[in-house]
Design a binder for this molecule. Structure first.
Ligand code: AMP
Length: 181
């Protein structure tokens, strides 16, 4: 059973690669960013709260995100060959709770795919993408939040990390990932 986390800075292509992997390997793909964007679109209470935070480039509080992931993991895995988490965990407290969830579910073969690209490349890609949180100021904030809160996870997961060069064609990056997992 695939037990994957895809990890990397904003704009590195986590969502694109997670989608491809989920399709090819029949995985449950949980993108916490997509989940929140859907809530924003639907105008739910969560969506209203999340929109302001997302547009400022900050992180939605850990308790909220942990609740979402816990519920999703409990519900959606049957019939799948495993799962891929995309955009979660993003902080050490999220990773610590996830560890406990994984222990409860007996998931003990976790692999963390770390996608990598230079900051210049990330900014270039984000500006081309044009999501509502892809303005220059928000991008700068998200990269800063990534460095402060998320990058420390590289050390947290040091025994499980698979580093992958995220530059080049989408299909090439995908092949690199598949060769390594
Ligand atoms: P993403 O699509 O992964 O780039 O996420 C877009 C935005 O959603 C982020 O900038 C955060 O505001 C919020 N978000 C997504 N996942 C998380 C998470 N695990 N923890 C906190 N905020 C998150």
């Amino acid at each position: 059973m695939y037990q994957l986390i895809i990890f990397g800075p904003p704009g590195v292509g986590k969502g694109t690669q997670a989608n491809l992997l989920a399709e090819k390997l029949n995985l449950f793909h949980l993108s916490t960013g997509e989940y929140l964007r859907k809530a924003v679109e639907e105008g739910t209470e969560l969506g209203k709260q999340a929109k302001v935070i997302m547009d400022s480039g900050m992180l939605v509080p850990d308790e909220i995100m942990i609740g979402i992931v816990k519920e999703a993991l409990e519900k959606n895995i049957s019939g799948k060959e495993g799962f891929i988490l995309d955009g979660f965990p993003r902080t050490i407290p999220q990773a610590e709770v996830l560890d406990i969830l994984f222990k409860n579910f007996n998931y003990n073969n976790i692999k963390v795919i770390s996608l990598e690209a230079s900051e210049d490349e990330l900014i270039k890609r984000l500006l081309l993408r044009g999501r509502s949180d892809d303005t220059e100021a928000t991008i700068r904030k998200r990269l800063e939040v990534y460095k402060d809160n998320t990058e420390p996870l590289l050390n947290f997961y040091k025994d499980k990390i698979i580093r992958v060069n995220g530059t080049g064609k989408i299909t090439e990056v995908n092949q690199r990932v598949i060769n390594l997992i």
